[in-house]
Design a protein around this ligand. Structure first.
Ligand code: F6P
Length: 361
């Protein structure tokens, strides 16, 4: 094996560049060249690559300077995409031809649910040697306690909520803040605890629009009655009621008793996905990158390297916090996380039910 390739796919997340840097350095240290695939599976189908290493005349392989610098930056320097063509077997066959044409002996895929599903198909259908690294701010990937970008996204949400709280207290207002996460309420739950929000709304609670409006109105009513100056409600984007509609309906419900009530909505949106990666995301990226390249060199394929506390099961690696799992298991657990059958989701929900009474105090 002389050449490896790496791609980032789906929604970018802080830490992807750090992982690209890590796998590139690891490959170079082994005397291997690293190709970056531009714009995920889309670029792979079209054969768009970029050299991330350079082979010197003395045979030494060095890392491209831009890769080194980008390691500390958000986004992804090799680009990302959501590829409709790759969902078809024809598209995947074209992608495999491109890998063969460039002599790629192993592929690292950094991304979320869809990207890891694509990696699994490449291994199963075409025997491509592939290892996944979880990268998604949503934290909805099985077999890992965190994915690249989650920690940075949480820090961004906490900072934004602190700012919003300052102005909310100044005006004695209620604020509904919507955070990303697609179908997963993790970012909302975790940030709500960290910023001492008054409540959290997540899709997993399965509440109807009328229930959500009633709960929010009751919370604002009792919070202001107790003399609070800021009421902060974190809403996950998976909750189908749009923020502006929720605010309008809650204001309408409260106006008869609280004519001057002021509720505002802030949708943090893509702000949460940008920014330089935190220490944790960089450190995890480095260690997962190391494990991914080591796994490829050891002949492993169709697996993901996950970040888990020691002794959590799976195949241990040289790093006690990194464990390898078959992609089939990762994808099964990911599905369960989202459809609510996973024990992890049920545990989170129970915890949030318990926390609800405390948050509102
Ligand atoms: O999966 C990451 C994510 O940021 C989700 O939280 C969000 O629902 C989605 O991507 C947004 O995707 P896009 O950037 O394509 O609008």
């Amino acid at each position: 094996m002389k050449t490896l390739a790496v791609l980032t796919s789906g929604g970018d997340s802080p830490g992807m560049n750090a992982a690209v840097r890590a796998v590139t350095k690891l490959a170079a240290a082994q005397g291997l060249s690293m190709l970056g695939v531009l714009e995920g599976y889309e670029g792979l189908i079209d054969g768009r690559f970029r050299e991330l290493t350079h082979r010197q005349t003395d045979g030494l392989v060095i890392v491209d300077l831009e890769v080194d610098i980008a390691g500390g930056q958000g986004g992804t320097l090799i680009g990302s995409a959501r590829s409709a063509r790759f969902r078809e077997k024809d598209g995947r066959a074209k992608a495999v031809e491109q890998l063969k044409a460039r002599g790629v002996g192993g592929l690292v895929v950094i991304g979320g649910n869809g990207s890891l599903t694509g990696a699994h198909f490449l291994a199963q259908e075409f025997g491509v040697r592939v290892i996944g690294i979880p990268g998604s701010i949503d934290n909805d990937i099985g077999c890992t306690s965190t994915a690249l970008g989650v920690d940075t996204a949480l820090n961004t949400i906490v900072e934004a909520c602190d700012r919003i709280s300052d102005t909310a207290r100044a005006h004695r207002r209620a604020l509904v803040v919507e955070v990303m996460g697609r179908d997963c309420g993790y970012l909302a739950m975790a940030s709500a605890v960290a910023v001492a929000a008054d409540a959290v709304l997540i899709r997993e609670q399965g509440k109807s629009e009328a229930q959500v409006v009633a709960d929010v109105s009751a919370l604002i009513r009792s919070g202001f009655a107790r003399g609070k100056r800021r009421i902060l409600i974190i809403k996950a984007e998976g909750v189908q009621v749009p923020c502006t509609k929720l605010v309008r309906l809650a204001e309408e419900a409260l106006k008869p008793e609280l004519p001057g009530v002021e509720i505002r909505a802030t949708v943090l949106g893509h702000v949460v996905r940008g920014g330089n990666p935190s220490y944790q995301d960089r450190a995890v990226a480095g260690r997962l990158g190391f494990a991914a390249v080591s796994a490829l060199l050891a002949g492993a394929t169709d697996e993901m390297v996950g970040w888990l506390p020691p002794l959590a099961g799976g195949t241990p690696t040289a790093d006690s916090s990194v464990v390898r799992f078959p992609l089939s298991q990762v994808l099964e657990e990911t599905k369960a996380l989202i459809d609510g059958t996973s024990q992890v989701t049920q545990r989170r929900l129970k915890l949030m039910e318990k926390a609800a009474g405390v948050l509102a105090l």
